[in-house]
Design a protein around this ligand. Structure first.
Ligand code: SF4
Length: 75
């Protein structure tokens, strides 16, 4: 099942942990804050639909985020 991944940009402190761990899902935006890579991005850069085979990768970034800015739920 695909996953809906969202980054709360009010919480994100742009430390780069998520995109260092999982660059197939997360990348740096213009201000260093996290956004979803273009391939999976939705209407807003901080939200996207990610295929199931990247679940472990996406989860790794979510768990490692020091401020809990990433949420993942079934799409
Ligand atoms: S790990 Fe969290 S705080 Fe760091 S860039 Fe990613 S979303 Fe932002």
């Amino acid at each position: 099942m695909p996953l809906k991944v969202r980054v709360d940009l009010d919480l994100c402190i742009a430390d780069g942990v998520c995109y260092a761990l999982c660059p197939r899902v997360y990348e740096a935006g213009p201000d260093g804050k996290c956004q979803i890579v273009r391939e999976f991005r939705g209407a807003r850069p901080n939200e996207g639909i990610v295929p199931d085979d990247l679940k472990d990768c996406a989860e790794q970034g979510r768990v490692a985020c020091p401020v809990g800015a990433i949420t993942i739920e079934p799409a």
